[in-house]
Design a protein around this ligand. Structure first.
Ligand SMILES: C[S@@+](CC[C@H](N)C(=O)[O-])C[C@H]1O[C@@H](n2cnc3c(N)ncnc32)[C@H](O)[C@@H]1O
Length: 483
């Protein structure tokens, strides 16, 4: 297709989009890219695609607008019935059997678009799990497109989104709010945490944004827009984000065996699903780097036992609401050494070990750090998060209290404390902490970034805390609560 889009400008946009979003426009899609960019151009205030390109290369906000202009959000409830049947008939029974003792499961819809996929998952879990009230379920839903996420949070859908959904299911889990408009019921909406996450960026798996130790990841109809190198990198990261025995579900067109080395291929009727072997080590080769000192003294060398995967490794509780957490940009490069002589490195190394799921090593590093620098609030905060992930709630509460004693602006610690108290039935204490947090937040300008929650503003955190308070007063009948 001949367009006023010069080949040179096409290539520059193509390379920028590929580098920053993974989305790849091959030569034969030059016309599509031109069309998408022309559609957004008037709203950007730029007179030409040339100046739009210059702005997108230097201004993240413009770049996001451009990325949003080229993302495709096609989705609907229960898309690909064979995969939902596999979840219901095969995957959930497997997980229920393996996690019966711990009663905790983690799901991630990566590339969730406007939310139909994670809400379908919430409905399926609600229907398939015997006694859902006694399970701790987290459903994380992420996307690169903030506008899609806003619509997902609103949870209002038209008839087209229900084109493969039985009307009895729609009527049970949605309320009609107008002609051919339905809103997801609030108890289901509360079960899904939406957050912006760019799959091509180096921000996952990370404990801090809730992307580690997943039991099931759905990344469907997302990889199809990426080039082959990006697909391999993303699949490798998703592999690391899974627990041993965890499942990765991709779209039909994406199931190309050469991308999924290391996974087991499991055939279900009408679909193929990938599984991280149960025997896979809980931690991968990056932990080996953490464990290999190169020149400097190591804090405490973790024994090789520490990296052996227990079969059916426990699913972990979310450290804090993912929608409010900063994306975790770790400053420790992979070749760094862990040294007790260098406190920032020890802290970064502890964070990194925690992100990789090596909680014992992370805790040991934190213990050394808090011994050497007992007044370092964030080291106590990190200890609390690790202890919480290990299910050691009372010890986590002590660590959070210490963090807050040292720095009362560490609101993440308050939030985590209230979450534990909420989950463990101490509603009055949880309520008190949420109310105190609301008072502290009221003193900040609405747009002020909240210390320790870099990604969130005071207004956003206030809204979140108010929702938690409402949930305390009106517990979801399904009972599966999020931290
Ligand atoms: C076609 S939709 C798929 C929605 C849903 N998973 C499904 O299968 O019905 C593709 C989604 O991937 C998202 N996406 C594209 N590139 C992404 C990236 N680099 N990181 C995260 N999400 C991305 C788009 O914004 C879009 O919402």
């Amino acid at each position: 297709m001949k367009t006023p889009f010069s080949d040179d400008l096409f290539r520059r946009f193509r390379d920028l989009l590929l580098a920053r979003s993974g989305i790849y426009f091959p030569d034969h899609r030059q016309g599509d890219l031109y069309h998408n960019l022309s559609m957004i151009l008037p709203a950007t205030g730029h007179a030409s695609l040339e100046t739009l390109y210059a702005a997108a290369s230097s201004d993240e906000r413009v770049l996001h607008t451009v990325i949003e202009g080229v993302t495709v959000g096609e989705t609907y409830f229960f898309r690909n019935a064979a995969q939902f049947a596999a979840l219901r008939e095969g995957i959930l029974p497997d997980l229920i059997a393996r996690r019966g003792a711990i009663r905790s499961l983690r799901f991630w819809s990566a590339g969730c678009a406007t939310g139909e996929e994670p809400y379908s998952l919430a409905i399926l879990i609600q229907e398939a799990l015997p006694d859902p009230a006694s399970w701790q379920i987290t459903i994380l839903a992420t996307d690169i497109n903030a506008t899609f996420l806003e619509r997902a949070r609103a949870g209002v859908y038209g008839a087209w989104s229900f084109r493969e959904t039985d009307s009895s299911v729609r009527d049970r889990y949605f309320e009609q709010i107008g002609e051919a408009r339905w809103r997801i019921r609030s108890e289901l909406r509360r079960q899904v945490l939406f957050a912006r996450l760019n799959l091509v960026e180096d921000e996952y798996p990370a404990m801090m944004n809730g992307t580690t130790m997943q039991d099931v990841i759905l990344c469907r109809n997302v990889l199809i827009y990426f080039d082959d190198d990006t697909i391999r990198t993303v699949v490798r990261r998703l592999y690391r984000a899974l627990t041993p025995g965890g499942w990765l579900i991709v779209g039909h067109a994406e199931a190309r065996s050469d991308f999924f080395a290391g996974f087991e291929v499991v055939n279900f009727p009408g679909t193929v699903i990938y599984r991280k072997p149960l025997t896979a080590p809980l931690f991968d080769e990056e932990v080996a780097l953490l464990q290999t000192p190169m020149g400097r003294r190591e804090c405490s060398a973790p024994s090789s036992d520490a990296v052996t995967a227990p079969t059916g490794a426990p699913a972990l509780l979310p450290p804090a609401p993912a929608e409010l957490l900063p994306t975790c940009a770790l400053d420790a490069s992979e070749s760094e050494t862990i040294s007790c002589d260098d406190a920032p490195d020890a802290y970064a190394a502890a964070r990194r070990a925690a992100d990789l799921g090596d909680l014992e090593t992370a805790l040991r590093l934190c213990a050394t750090l808090t011994e050497q620098q007992p007044l370092r609030a964030e080291a106590h905060l990190l200890s609390g998060q690790i202890l919480e992930q290990q299910g050691r709630f009372e010890e986590a509460l002590v660590a959070y209290r210490r963090a807050l004693y040292l720095d009362h602006t560490l609101h993440l610690a308050s939030l985590a404390m209230a979450g534990i108290l909420h989950r463990t039935g101490r509603s009055a204490d949880a309520r008190r902490i949420y109310q105190r947090l609301l008072r502290a937040l009221a003193a900040l300008p609405p747009n002020a970034p909240v210390p320790s929650l870099e990604g969130a503003t005071a207004a956003e955190l206030q809204a979140f805390v108010q929702r938690q308070l409402a949930a305390l007063n009106d517990p979801a009948p399904g009972g599966s609560r999020l931290a």
